[in-house]
Write a protein that binds this ligand. Structure first.
Ligand SMILES: NC(=O)c1ccc[n+]([C@@H]2O[C@H](COP(=O)([O-])OP(=O)(O)OC[C@H]3O[C@@H](n4cnc5c(N)ncnc54)[C@H](O)[C@@H]3O)[C@@H](O)[C@H]2O)c1
Ligand SMILES: O=c1ccn([C@@H]2O[C@H](COP(=O)(O)OP(=O)(O)O[C@H]3O[C@H](CO)[C@@H](O)[C@H](O)[C@H]3O)[C@@H](O)[C@H]2O)c(=O)[nH]1
Length: 450
């Protein structure tokens, strides 16, 4: 007989993009969950079934799991500490102001808040992305505060925004960074429903588990910057990066995923994680091993200024008074996250050059407005492109990709478009009388072929 393991009571510390998803999905899998955050506004929203950010599918799952009675949200650490047997720490690790290093103050606070209050045996599991060595330091602090009763493990998270529920319920793999067989067993119990589905597990030491996460994000960022470096060469040589990427993608050893050229990566993860990795490698005396990540970062940032150059190619060198419709603000479609968003950065650069910029994003307008109140915001695609001298596709939302160039053409002052994501049907735009420019593609792309 296959006895089901006992279900540990779960707490989740931090209810942002990662923590809210973790809490809701664990409750969906049948666990009793208490989720705690220091932000009472967020906690109130979640407790009343409102997701404080946009994530497809998570809103309905939140309502469903709250209705089961298995999920509660609180600001009370004592409540969480008393409740949980396995505590998942999901607080932010943003870039420090003034340096590339990760700001660990929220992680440190969460671990010590918990450790001071837990009585009895428990496991605190870090899920936040941290520099290698953090878990061991925290384990020492927790052991001291709890007299060795509470252990620390690291279980990095690989979910993508926009696919958070799918990635959490069906991850490619689980990584358990543990220092004891007991900690491993607690994690196996906490993830039993996924392990039963055959999700592969890598059991590792704490340091390796931390490193897997930053290595994965470094690889992904490098792959994107590789194709964008090729885009730079294409621009200088008249070649076409979209054809180049397609041809590379048929090679199984290379593969087409994360090989999409364009405006590059942003968000709350890849940019700050590669910077924090470099900062940590320097502390460890191995900075040479990851110097390439500096280039990865620079290639990525250069795509943004290159996009502004393309606007100049279409509208002339002086951008003062040029009306630009910026389509997209989120760092990628199906997200309202504007952290380090390439789209907003381009809008900001154009604004600083004197252009009159109108931004429209289907979900991220409010967050974008908070970040850049000086820009103008439209409530619809039609309003944004109205009387525009140049239209920019900056985030490839389906709404933008499927918009009819013929219809948009009636609204704009000039039919000029910069495709920052290589997502539009160039032939169709050209046929509708648009001047088209895309990163990494020759100006005449889509013109009648010889
Ligand atoms: N967003 C993602 O897709 C994703 C995926 C994998 C890993 N990560 C990593 O997960 C971590 C969290 O990222 P996020 O995007 O969810 O961040 P976020 O900013 O959306 O959420 C962090 C939350 O932690 C809360 N918080 C801060 N200090 C706290 C404390 N002491 N106690 C309780 N709550 C506290 C904040 O109020 C906030 O709600 C980061 O390390 C990130 O790198 C994020
Ligand atoms: O071929 C590509 C693929 C992505 N991007 C851009 O790269 C960024 C990141 O995209 P994605 O990785 O899909 O989003 P995130 O939600 O930031 O997810 C990354 O960061 C998370 C936080 O660490 C990890 O958990 C995920 O595994 C990792 O993919 C976005 O700006 C995309 O527009 C490209 O420019 N070209």
């Amino acid at each position: 007989m296959n006895a089901r393991p006992p279900k540990p009571r779960i707490t989740v510390i931090g209810t942002g993009y990662l923590g809210a998803t973790q809490a809701v999905c664990m409750a969906h899998l049948g666990f009793e969950v208490v989720a705690v955050d220091v932000d009472p506004v967020k906690v109130d929203a979640l407790a009343s079934g409102r997701l404080p950010f946009f994530e497809p599918g998570l809103d309905t799952l939140l309502v469903e799991t709250l209705a089961t009675g298995r999920l509660r949200f609180t600001t009370d650490f004592a409540d969480a500490a008393a409740f949980g047997e396995v505590h998942f720490v999901c607080v932010g690790t943003p870039q420090s102001s003034g340096s590339d290093a990760a700001d660990l103050r929220y992680v440190d606070a969460a671990f010590s808040e918990l450790a001071r209050r837990i009585t009895g045996r428990a496991l605190i599991v870090g899920k936040s992305t941290v520099p290698v060595g953090t878990a061991e330091r925290l384990a020492g602090m927790v052991a001291e505060l709890t007299g060795g009763e509470v252990e620390v493990a690291w279980n990095p998270e690989f979910l993508r925004e926009g696919f958070a529920v799918e990635d959490t319920l069906h991850p490619d793999r689980l990584v358990f960074g543990v220092a004891s067989a007991e900690a491993e067993q607690s994690l196996r119990d906490a993830y039993a429903p996924l392990l039963e589905e055959g999700v592969p597990v890598v059991v590792a030491d704490l340091a390796t588990a931390e490193l897997v996460k930053v290595a994965a994000n470094s690889f992904l960022a490098t792959k994107i910057s590789f194709i964008n470096a090729m885009a730079e060469v294409c621009e200088a040589s008249g070649a076409d990066v979209s054809l180049l990427a397609r041809a590379l993608s048929y090679d199984d050893r290379i593969g087409g995923r994360f090989l999409k050229p364009g405006l590059g990566f942003g968000g709350g993860c890849l940019p700050k994680d590669i910077r924090a990795f470099r900062a940590r490698a320097e502390e460890l005396g191995v900075s040479a091993a990851v110097t390439f990540l500096h280039e990865v970062d620079q290639i990525n940032l250069r795509r943004r200024s290159r996009t502004v150059d393309l606007v100049r190619e279409l509208a002339g060198p002086d951008l003062h008074g040029v009306r630009v419709a910026a389509l997209g603000a989120a760092f990628k479609p199906d997200s309202d996250d504007v952290r380090d968003a390439p789209a907003l950065d381009v809008a900001r650069l154009l604004y600083l050059e004197g252009a009159s910029v109108v931004v429209y994003d289907p979900k991220a307008n409010a967050n974008a407005h908070r970040a850049y109140p000086d820009l103008d915001y439209a409530d619809s695609l039609a309003e944004a492109v109205n009387e525009a001298d140049v239209v920019l596709l900056l985030t490839e939302w389906a709404e933008f990709v499927s918009a009819a160039p013929e219809d948009m053409g009636v609204l704009v002052a000039h039919r000029r478009i910069v495709d920052g994501r290589g997502a539009l049907d160039v032939e169709r735009y050209r046929a509708a009388g648009w001047e088209y420019r895309a990163l990494g593609r020759p100006a005449e792309v889509g013109a009648a072929r010889p």
